[in-house]
Ligand binder design. Structure first.
Ligand SMILES: N[C@@H](CCC(=O)N[C@@H](CS)C(=O)NCC(=O)O)C(=O)O
Length: 157
């Protein structure tokens, strides 16, 4: 088995949590590369990480792990010079702020991405790698993001 020296993020360009992990890796000054999960054997990634969600991190020891908050705790131990969760009272404050952005701003992001036709079209085209055929397929998707269930029309392939 080849052990790579860099980390690899399997994600999606518009994914809020992919960009959160990317920002963390930049903060740590960690060696990493970003790859689109859908273009790199998604079945294998899902089977190894145990989730269909992105991002998934491939570590230098060839682990595939998902879920950004515990990942950041792991990375804090690996890059202690640039911890995202500091020790002591400041660390408690950071945990609260991180939880707020992790749990709640993602819901706001979903609203702004999919509720307005122009942003939904932009996002769906981007996610479909610019294939305009995707816009012809419109599926009603139900989201329950804490404000009651809302139905949106998504142009997805
Ligand atoms: N708790 C996870 C959340 C990941 C997540 O919700 N990712 C979104 C993209 S930003 C996703 O994969 N959504 C598709 C789905 O849930 O089916 C984390 O922090 O990584």
């Amino acid at each position: 088995m080849t052990i790579e020296s860099t980390y690899r993020i399997y994600g999606e360009e518009l994914s809020y949590f992919t960009r959160k992990l990317e920002a963390a890796m930049i903060f740590y000054d960690a060696p990493f590369e970003m790859l689109n999960k859908n273009e790199h054997d998604p079945q294998e990634i899902e089977s190894r990480s145990g989730t269909h969600q992105v991002p998934v991190l491939l570590t230098p020891e060839n682990w595939m792990i998902a879920d950004t908050t515990p990942l950041i705790h792991l990375l804090d131990d690996r890059f202690p010079a640039r911890r995202l969760f500091p020790e002591g009272p400041l660390g408690i404050l950071v945990q609260v702020v991180e939880d707020f952005f992790d749990e709640w701003v993602a819901r706001t992001m979903v609203h702004y991405r999919w509720h307005y036709p122009e942003s939904a079209e932009f996002a769906s085209l981007k996610m479909a790698n610019g294939n305009p055929e995707v816009d012809k397929v419109r599926l009603p998707i139900k989201f329950n993001y804490g404000f009651g269930q809302r139905e949106f029309l998504l142009g997805i392939g």
